[in-house]
Design a binder for this molecule. Structure first.
Ligand code: ADP
Length: 259
């Protein structure tokens, strides 16, 4: 309950959902969705009840990452029952249309789809709803940031300058609309060759940590570029769920513990 005297929140929350956390990136392909899924599983491993909402309407990847194929059922003809995978409740536009069908939608339709996925899905009681945001700082991102009571945003970036420039823009967008930035994750931080054990900083290393320090936001952790992460993602068997004792699961759990 809100403390006495405080005006009601301008942005209505989702009943039963404690915190909504956005996972965002300035550009595509940096591993935002992979991070969102494994972060959600990391939060679940900490004992929290977790849902994941795929807000990337034009390029939904959550169904594939979680190995989900079924269409969600409606209950009472109105609300939608989210699917469940590895203990997460999940909802994505990608579950409503087949994988090859492009979503040819204008902004307002995207917004109404997003609103529906938040308000007309039976999320039930959740400690955290992780939102996999579309990349960039366009209309959908801004509206999400403004209309959804986000507890905070996690920014995913690779270490190289080109990605960091865009990550900075994403971060600035959240700050502009008063969404706290929970921190930055450096994905594809380094590579350790499995045959020799030699380490290669393919995209450089440490760029995101430096950026976080410079901007005064927490650095949440680094995740190496790893065949196992790519393969398990493609197979719909995310590492945190399928190799919980492995080093990658530990990295994601550490990140989860910091958000
Ligand atoms: P985004 O959501 O930013 O577009 P994805 O999560 O879809 O990015 O990742 C893009 C590609 O990179 C996918 O094929 C994914 O499996 C792969 N990937 C992401 N993170 C890693 C990683 N740490 N190691 C190896 N492959 C990764």
């Amino acid at each position: 309950p809100a403390p006495a005297g405080r005006p009601p929140a301008a942005k209505p929350g989702i009943p039963g959902v404690e915190r909504i956390i956005a996972v965002a990136s300035g550009k595509g392909g940096v591993g935002k969705s992979t991070t969102a899924v494994n972060l959600a599983l990391g939060l679940a491993a900490l004992g929290l009840r977790v849902g994941i909402l795929d807000a990337d309407v034009y390029g939904p990847s959550i169904p594939r990452l979680l190995g989900l194929k079924d269409k969600p059922k409606t209950s009472g003809g109105r609300t939608i029952v989210p699917l469940e995978a590895y203990g997460l409740k999940a909802m994505s536009m990608g579950l409503m249309v087949d994988e090859e069908t492009p979503m040819i939608w204008r902004g307002p339709m995207v917004m109404s789809a997003l609103t529906q996925m938040m308000r007309e899905v039976e999320w039930g009681e959740l400690d955290v709803l992780v939102v996999d945001m579309p990349p960039g700082t366009g209309d959908a991102q801004l509206t999400m940031a403004q209309q959804v009571p986000l507890a905070g945003a996690v920014i995913v970036s690779t270490p190289q300058d080109l990605a960091l420039i865009d990550a900075r823009k994403g971060l600035a967008m959240f700050q502009k609309v008063d969404v706290p930035v929970l921190g930055i994750v450096e994905n594809m931080s380094y590579f350790v060759a499995p045959d020799t054990g030699n380490r290669y900083d393919i995209f450089g290393h440490g760029g995101a940590r430096n950026e976080a320090t410079r901007l005064g936001v927490p650095f949440l952790g680094e995740v190496p570029i790893e065949m196992a992460i790519r393969e398990s993602s493609d197979a719909g068997r995310p590492v945190v769920a399928t190799d919980p004792d492995g080093p990658h699961a530990a990295a994601y759990r550490d990140i989860a513990a910091r958000v």
